[in-house]
Design a protein around this ligand. Structure first.
Ligand SMILES: NC(=O)c1ccc[n+]([C@@H]2O[C@H](COP(=O)([O-])OP(=O)(O)OC[C@H]3O[C@@H](n4cnc5c(N)ncnc54)[C@H](OP(=O)(O)O)[C@@H]3O)[C@@H](O)[C@H]2O)c1
Length: 405
C-alpha cells in the first residue's frame, strides 16, 4: 500500500504519542509523517530540529498548513485541547482533508452534531481517537455480542480508579476546567481520562455492529476533591434504548492506578474485560471461552485502521463521529442530572506529597465504588456521607447543552 501522508497538529502533550505512532507505521511502510504544526517552535526546539532533519515540513499556523498542504496531506491528526476539537475538525473537513480527532470528539451534543454535519457535507472522513474499538479483544467480544452469543445484554458495569497528582492539572491551561476561553471543556472522569471506558460500556451494551447503545435517561452524581473547577469523581446509571443498563463508577482520587474493569452481563453469558488481559466469557450453561489479547497496541491499530480505510483496505472505520453520539449524550445527561459538581468536604480527603507534587485521596473510595457497583447503586443510594442524591434526566429529543456552574 502507498504510505498515507499525515500531518500532526501540536507536538507537545499527546501529540508526542501521535508522532510515535505514525513513525511506527512508517517503519512498516504504511504511513509518512509529512508535516507538523508547531505554533511555538522554540518551546519544542529539539523535536522541531529532529523532524526537520527527517524532512518533515513544519508550519507555525494551522491555516497556513491547510492552505499549503491541500492535495498533499491525506490525514490531519488533532491531539489538541478538547475545546479546540470542533472548530479545527470542521475547518479541516471543509478544506478537503480527512481528520483523526482525539477523544472526546466534542463535549456538547450541539458541537458533535455540527461536526457530523460537516463530515457529511465533505468528501472526507473523521475518525475518533477512542482506541479501544481497535483492540482485538474488544472487537471479538463485540462480534460475539452482536451474534447473540451472550444473549440479551442486561447490564454493563464499569469501574475506573486512577490517581492523578496536582501536576496533572498544571500541565496545561484547560486541565480540570469546566469552561475555558468561553468554551465548554467539561474536563473530568466522564469526558476525558476515563471516557474510553464509559464509551466501551455503551458500545458493548449495543447488540448492533458499529453502534453504541443510545441512552434514554441518565442519573448521575459528579464530585470534585482536587481544587479544580471540573469533576474528578463520578457515578452514572444509564438506561438505554436497547434495554441494557450501564453503571459507570470513576475517580481520579484513588490510592493507586488500577486497570479499569468492565463486566458485561447477558442473559446467556457474562464477560469480564480488563485492559491488557485476555477476556473471559462465562456461559450460564457452563463453559468458559477466552479471547486472547494479541498484544497489539490499540493506539497504533487506530491509526492503521484510518490509513487502511483511506486506501480501501479496511471496510470501515473502527470509531466514527456518529458512533460516539450516545457517549456525548450520556456525558451531557450526566451534568444535567447532577446539576452541579459537588465539593467533597476536607474531612473525607487525605493529601500526600508525591513525586514533587501532591496526591488527593478520597477516604475509602475503593470500598465505596466496590459496594455501589455490587449493588448497582449510586453513591448517595448507599448512604455515602458526602454524596448528593440526584434525579433522572431524560435525553429524549435532547439537542443542546447550556449548563452554567
Ligand atoms: N487517546 C488517548 O488515550 C489520549 C491520551 C491523552 C490525551 N488524549 C487527548 O489528546 C488531546 C490533547 O491532550 P493533551 O493533554 O496533550 O493537551 P495539551 O497538553 O493541551 O497539548 C496540546 C498540544 O497541542 C498543541 N496545539 C494546540 N493548538 C495548536 C495549534 N493551533 N497549532 C499547533 N499546536 C497546537 C499545543 O501546543 P502548545 O504547547 O504550543 O500550547 C500542545 O502541544 C485531548 O483531546 C486529550 O483528551 C488522548
Amino acid at each position: 500500500m502507498e504510505p498515507v501522508s499525515f500531518c500532526v497538529v501540536g507536538v507537545g502533550g499527546y501529540g508526542r504519542m501521535h508522532i510515535r505512532i505514525i513513525e511506527a507505521l512508517e517503519e512498516e511502510g504504511l504511513a509518512k509523517l509529512s508535516a507538523a504544526v508547531v505554533r511555538n517552535p522554540k518551546k519544542y526546539s529539539d523535536e522541531v530540529s529532529r523532524l526537520r532533519r527527517k524532512n518533515v515540513r513544519i508550519y507555525r499556523s494551522y491555516m497556513d498548513m491547510l492552505e499549503n498542504e491541500a492535495g498533499t496531506i491525506e490525514i490531519v491528526t488533532l491531539p489538541v485541547a478538547i475545546h479546540q476539537h470542533k472548530d479545527m475538525t470542521i475547518t479541516a473537513l471543509k478544506a478537503g482533508f480527512n481528520v483523526l480527532v482525539e477523544k472526546p470528539p466534542a463535549v456538547t451534543i450541539q458541537d458533535l452534531d455540527a461536526m457530523i454535519e460537516a463530515e457529511r457535507a465533505s468528501s472526507g472522513f473523521c475518525a475518533v481517537g477512542f482506541q479501544s474499538q481497535s483492540k482485538n479483544t474488544i472487537k471479538e467480544l463485540k462480534r460475539m455480542i452482536c451474534d447473540g452469543r451472550l444473549g440479551e445484554i442486561k447490564e454493563v458495569i464499569v469501574k475506573g480508579r486512577w490517581k492523578r497528582l496536582d501536576s496533572y492539572y498544571q500541565r496545561n491551561a484547560w486541565a480540570g476546567k469546566f469552561m475555558y476561553n468561553g468554551k465548554y471543556v467539561l474536563d473530568g472522569t466522564v469526558s476525558n481520562p476515563l471516557s474510553h471506558y464509559l464509551f466501551n460500556g455503551l458500545y458493548l451494551a449495543s447488540m448492533e455492529w458499529g453502534r453504541a447503545a443510545e441512552p434514554l435517561r441518565v442519573r448521575a452524581e459528579l464530585y470534585r476533591a482536587h481544587r479544580i473547577e471540573g469533576e474528578d469523581t463520578s457515578c452514572l446509571e444509564i438506561e438505554t434504548e436497547d434495554g441494557a443498563k450501564i453503571f459507570f463508577y470513576a475517580t481520579l482520587c484513588a490510592p493507586s492506578n488500577e486497570d479499569p474493569i468492565h463486566q458485561i452481563i447477558g442473559s446467556k453469558a457474562s464477560a469480564e474485560l480488563i485492559k491488557g488481559l485476555d477476556v473471559k466469557v462465562e456461559y450460564s450453561s457452563g463453559g468458559v471461552e477466552v479471547l486472547r489479547d494479541d498484544g497489539s497496541d490499540d493506539r497504533v491499530e487506530l491509526f492503521r485502521n484510518a490509513a487502511r480505510y483511506l486506501r480501501g483496505l479496511d471496510e470501515e472505520l473502527n470509531c466514527t463521529l456518529q458512533m460516539t453520539r450516545p457517549f456525548v449524550l450520556a456525558l451531557n445527561g450526566a451534568y444535567e442530572s447532577s446539576g452541579a459538581i459537588w465539593r467533597i468536604p476536607e474531612k473525607h480527603l487525605t493529601y500526600r506529597e508525591e513525586e514533587g507534587s501532591v496526591s488527593t485521596l478520597i477516604n475509602n473510595i475503593v470500598e465505596i465504588i466496590d459496594k455501589a457497583s455490587k449493588e448497582r447503586k449510586l453513591y448517595s443510594d448507599i448512604g455515602v456521607e458526602w454524596a448528593h442524591p440526584t434525579e433522572y434526566f431524560s435525553l429524549k429529543g435532547y439537542r443542546g447543552f447550556s449548563m452554567k456552574l
